[in-house]
Design a binder for this molecule. Structure first.
Ligand code: PBG
Length: 327
């Protein structure tokens, strides 16, 4: 109680109508981006056991999901490819007939200008060793050799019609390399959403199943150490200097402090990626009856927005629109 007992914050919580009036944070469909997996050669959508409700799409079901996303008014889709064969250099990511580039063309032809089609720009789904870059003779990830491939991959994605490319491999100089290549190929208007502060996180676990990852070992020599916050600001500054249009923090929930610091630091849109492990945690707890699933989804998404994210990549994007409608 304050000195003056007439001061009662609870008055502003007293009814649903009052709470709605004073709510500080909103989630709108346009702010949500749906990540989608498209599997080469799939005839049926394939369930991802660690991500109940998420599938590796066929080309056909991917088109339907894209159409639904547009109809729901989502901000965009972020496409990932699951190729049927991989090689040392991840050539399937650059091949115009590779599954990701094919899926981009499908999505653009389905949604036209109603929805932003975004593509993950990274080699890990396409390399036989599962790393985000190519390896040198000592088996280490070769930063600069990888940049040349990212440059080609960015042009391939833009040629397929991607509105936004998302370099996610955490190689030094990747944004600059992709920007230069895009501009050189006449794609000055293609937007770069830089996975700027991406941490070496246990919460990517289910994603590895989602893309049939071949990774042995870890990504600690290129993704950030979870201990570091200042380093995230450094990464963001570098990406902006290299030409990033938007920056991302990833994962979201264990890094809400980073989302807030980045939001306060920059003047570009900030995205946060509500990753596979965050999805799996809530889905698993809800399946056990331990957490109210729908409330949990909205609370998680609200917390990411409250921390300062302008946009959220989330596997719940389509469902969240329905939950928001019903609220
Ligand atoms: C890399 C990439 C990853 C994710 C998105 N892009 C995996 C990784 O870095 O290991 C993870 C997304 C998620 O966990 O939901 N191409």
């Amino acid at each position: 109680m304050s000195d003056f007992p007439g001061v009662r914050p609870r008055r502003l919580r007293s009814s649903a109508a009052m709470r709605r009036l004073v709510a500080e944070t909103t989630i709108e469909p346009r702010q949500l981006i749906l990540p989608m997996f498209v599997r080469e050669g799939a005839r049926e959508p394939i369930a991802i056991s660690s991500m109940p409700g998420v599938y590796q799409h066929t080309r056909d079901t991917a088109r339907k999901a894209v159409a639904e996303a547009a109809q729901l008014g989502l901000g965009g889709v972020m496409l990932f490819g699951v190729p049927s064969s991989k090689d040392e250099t991840g050539s399937g990511g650059i091949d115009p007939d590779g599954i990701l580039n094919v899926a981009i063309r499908d999505a653009v032809s389905e949604a036209g200008d109603d929805l932003l089609v975004m593509a993950d720009l990274c080699l890990d789904e396409f390399t036989s060793h599962g790393h985000c870059g190519v390896l040198d003779s000592a088996g280490r990830v070769d930063n600069d050799a990888t940049l040349a491939l990212y440059a080609e991959m960015g042009v391939a994605q833009a040629s397929a019609g991607a509105h936004v490319v998302g370099p996610s491999g955490m190689m030094d100089g990747q944004v600059g390399a992709v920007r230069t290549a895009l501009d050189g190929a006449g794609f000055e208007e293609t937007v770069i959403l830089a996975y700027a502060a991406k941490y070496a996180s246990a919460f990517f676990g289910p994603f590895r199943e989602a893309v049939d990852s071949s990774l042995q070992g870890d990504r600690k020599t290129y993704q950030q150490d979870p201990s570091n916050a200042r380093e995230a600001i450094r990464e963001v500054d570098l990406d902006l200097a290299e030409g990033a249009d938007m920056v991302m923090v990833k994962p979201a929930l264990p890094y809400l402090d980073i989302v807030r610091q980045v939001r306060d630091h920059v003047n570009v849109p900030v995205a946060a990626y509500n990753v596979s492990g965050e999805y799996a945690m809530l889905e698993a707890a809800a399946a056990n009856g331990w957490i109210d699933r729908e409330r949990g989804i909205l609370e998680m998404l609200t917390s990411i927005r409250r921390a300062g994210a302008d946009t959220i990549l989330t596997y719940w994007a389509a469902e969240a629109v329905h939950l928001l409608d019903r609220r």
